[in-house]
Design a protein around this ligand. Sequence first.
Ligand code: MG
Length: 336
Amino acid sequence: MEIKLHSYNLELKHTFTISRESHDFQPSLVIELVSDGFSGFGEATSNPYYSITVDKMMKIVLENKNFIVSLSNEKPADFWKKLQPLFKENMFALCALDIAFNDLYARKQNKKLYEVWGLNIDKNPMTDYTIGIDSVEKMVEKMKELPWPIYKIKLGTKNDIEIVTELRKHSDAIFRIDANCGWTADEAIDNSFKLKELGVEFLEQPLKANDIEGAKKLYENSALPIIADESCIVESDVEKCFGLFHGVNVKLTKCGGLTPGKRMLEKAKSLGMKTMVGCMTESTVGISAIAHLLPLLDYVDMDGGLLLKKDIANGITINDGVISYADENGTGASLL
Ligand SMILES: [Mg+2]
């Protein structure tokens, strides 16, 4: 097995603003694993909140190159298990490796990844499209630019309810709200009733991840389901979110890839919680991997490729929220 590293600085269509940061470019690492004439592709983007850069990801992969290559005949779950102790400080790099390895494994078997997992794609959910924080006029403009059945709206500003009230005048779509830790428990409870009236489906991570007391109060008093994001990072977090959140939003980059991500979703389902996978502005490489988890999901936010000025890969396609798989095996992704 051979490892090839491809680094990118993905340019976004619009400046992307959430409650704590703003950016025009998204640095990203694509790892290609080559074996027996097949290439598998995996991706992880950099993230300031988790102090992960593309350089740090490349460094840790190169430092462990010989060991990674020695695992070429493992099953994906064993590949992940053997690498995990070495990548504890950089689950993002492990994510890119794990996706590439799963992709490669499925391609070698001449199957799509969901077929390897034995999942049925008949009831796959549609993806939302994210509207970042901006002036209300710009947010309306962005919404009109891409009519969509479900929008995820980033909030955490001083005038959140006014924003949603205004957006509602221009669309009948389902709204989901992500406040990225921007509210207090009392604000969130109050907002939940107002937002329910405005046709909002759920609230994602309204409170800071360390506000356990607030999370409990909100869970018991909210008019809308509360989905964990910043509070649900790695596998052991799913159980911790039980009784504090109605569901979890799993991010492959944060938990270390498809292998643990799939287990987290199965765990959440077994606890009766809602399941979601979100993206971190990956290109179609990372987004194509997420698509194979759709049969396990209630909600999905996989609009990363749609937010880019220019994508770097072919793979799954998205039309009006509906995801279509590529003809290629594995995740279906291939670099342009
Ligand atoms: Mg989020």
